[in-house]
Structures are given as C-alpha cells and as structure tokens.
Ligand binder design. Structure first.
Ligand code: SAM
Length: 239
C-alpha cells in the first residue's frame, strides 16, 4: 500500500497499521468477488490503490479539518463496490455510513465487506436512491453525501441532495470536461435546495492521465417532498 500511504500523506492525512490492513483485505476481497460478480474493471494492485482507494479519499479535500474530525454521517449514493464510502469509513472510522446500491449482488458484496473489515456503524441499503430518499430514516439525515460515477450531474443532484441535511454537503467525484454538466445542473441544484460552492480540481500527480474534480454543493434549504421523482423521470427528463 506504499502508493496509498504516499498519496494520503499528500492529502495531509495518515493511515495507521490497522487501516492499512483493512485496505489490504479490501483489495483481496474485491478481486476475489470480482471473479463471481462484475464489480470493477480495475483489478491491478497499483491501480486499485490509486484509482479506487486514493481517489475515494480525495473527498477529504472538500472538508475542513474540524468538519473531518467531527463528521457525524455519510451517505454514498450508488456505492457499487464501496467507492468512495468504504475508504472514507476506513479513514475516518467514527461517522455513521449508509451505502445505497441498487444491484442486489453488489449490495451483498458490500454487506460481506462490512463484516470482513469489522466496520461499525455501516448500513447497506439495497434499492434505488429515488425510493430510499423518501424514507424518513434517510431523508435529509446526512452531513455528507458522496457519489462517484453514477449519473450526469443534473440527474445526480436530484438523486443525492435529498439525503443531505440542511447545512450539509454533497460532493460529487467527477472526471473530464464537467463545465457543461455543471451549467446544465444549475436549475436542479437550486430546486433541490442546494448551492454550488466550489469545483475543486484534484491536483495530484497520480491522476495526471485524467483530470479529476470535486463538485461541492452546500445544502442551504430543505428539498420539497416531491423530489426525487420516479427513476424513469430522473433519467429521461432531467430537471
Ligand atoms: N460509486 C462506485 C464507483 O465509483 O466505483 C460505483 C460506480 S458504478 C459505475 C454505478 C453504481 O451505481 C452501480 O453499482 C449501480 O447499480 C448504482 N446505481 C445507479 N443508479 C442508482 C440509483 N438510482 N440508486 C442506487 N444505485 C444506483
């Protein structure tokens, strides 16, 4: 995990031996389960360290020192094989983490991983975020909502911001040319009670081949009950 240790130190953070063991175990479980179910196309040790683990941890760049230290809760929308939610949980340890994943097999992997890595305070919720966001237990309950590689920003904002408590943040991990996506999402950001705070370029040498960004939104007012709409509408007719 030498590249992960190195990258994390450049994020101004440190990993302890137990956390490194958890990342090591995560890698092996990911590769083993990937033979049975399609979790990821990235399976090389070095690639996983950088493109999954370190990439997930760059979310910390969106948060201040105190925010990181006292973060109460995280929701990961469309978590897949656990990115970015599980690496954040390994790093920060204390926040409540809810992983929302539509595919049953991936949710089963996540459940297995939580037990294997002995992570406390993690809940895997299998289902579509459009439905789960209307449940009282999850609606506007999270100080931090994160999501990577799930949908274009106009749809993603409708899927994710309803989970965010007022005063909380939504951080979308994005790659490539995002200017257009951000412009197209401006109406839905306001409709969901959000405000675009920053688009932060992730300037780390590990990611030189493709530009990475954190799109950071603040939740400034409550989301109207009717959002998110049903999944067909969110996908086909972004607001
Ligand atoms: N976030 C992970 C990552 O970056 O590796 C997974 C990305 S994968 C391309 C997208 C995942 O989001 C899939 O596992 C898919 O099942 C899930 N997904 C897509 N739409 C969803 C929704 N509306 N609610 C819950 N999960 C969703």
């Amino acid at each position: 995990m030498i590249r992960l240790i190195d990258g994390v130190s450049r994020l101004g953070l440190q990993l302890e031996a137990r956390q490194l063991d958890q990342f090591e175990l995560y890698y092996h479980e990911l590769v083993e389960w990937n033979e049975k179910i399609n979790l990821t196309s990235i399976t090389g040790y070095r690639e996983v360290e950088i493109k999954h683990f370190l990439d997930s941890l760059t979310v910390t760049l969106a948060l201040g020192h105190d925010e990181l230290k006292f973060l109460p809760s995280i929701a990961d929308v469309g978590s897949g094989a656990g990115f970015p939610g599980i690496p954040l949980k390994i790093l920060l340890s204390s926040p409540r983490l809810v992983l929302i994943e539509a595919t049953a097999k991936k949710a089963a992997f996540l459940q297995h991983l939580v037990l294997k890595l002995e992570l406390d305070g993690v809940e895997v919720v299998q289902g579509r975020s459009e439905d789960i966001a209307h449940e009282d237990m999850y609606r506007e309950r999270f100080a931090l909502v994160v999501s990577r590689a799930v949908a274009k920003l106009p749809s993603l904002v409708e899927l994710a911001l309803p989970f965010c408590s007022v005063g909380g943040k939504f951080v979308a991990l994005k790659k490539g040319d995002i200017a257009r996506e951000v412009i197209e999402a401006s109406k839905v950001i306001a409709l969901m009670g959000g405000r675009l705070t920053e688009i932060k370029a992730v300037a780390m040498e590990e990611f030189s081949e493709d530009e990475r960004y954190l799109v950071i939104l603040d939740k400034i007012s409550s989301t109207e009950e009717r959002y998110p709409r049903c999944s067909r509408m969110v996908k086909r007719r972004p607001l």
